[in-house]
Design a protein. Structure first.
Length: 119
């Protein structure tokens, strides 16, 4: 199983970025997917999750109303708007056999993509 996250970069506060996650080696449509992030010196935290069908989503309170998770038959996305310096972190995509919001429910992880928001 391979998960490849991309789309990170450097953006000013208030700006937007769109992250993508491509999966291979698994039946993508049968897995719940999620985004997590980890800032320096902090634990990995939940950002957003989407069910197999895309019909259910969940968000961390800190990103609700600013981030949107979506998926199609091949990829998962995270549209990030109104970015803040505190959103700076490495963002990881992950795959789980169910709709999940905690890291230990996800057996498969991508390598991460850096998002840096300058003030």
């Amino acid at each position: 199983v391979q998960l490849q996250a991309s789309g990170g970069g450097l953006v000013q506060a208030g700006g937007s970025l769109r992250l993508s996650c491509a999966a291979s080696g698994l039946a993508f449509s049968t897995y719940g997917m999620g985004w997590f992030r980890q800032a320096p010196g902090k634990e990995r935290e939940f950002v957003a999750a989407i069910s197999r069908s895309g019909g259910s989503t969940a968000y961390a309170d800190s990103v609700k109303g600013r981030f949107t998770i979506s998926r199609n038959n091949a990829k998962m996305y995270l549209q990030m708007t109104s970015l803040k310096p505190e959103d700076t972190a490495i963002y990881y995509c992950a795959a789980a056999r169910a709709f999940a919001t905690t890291p230990n429910e996800y057996p498969y992880w991508g390598q991460g993509t850096q998002v840096t928001v300058s003030s």
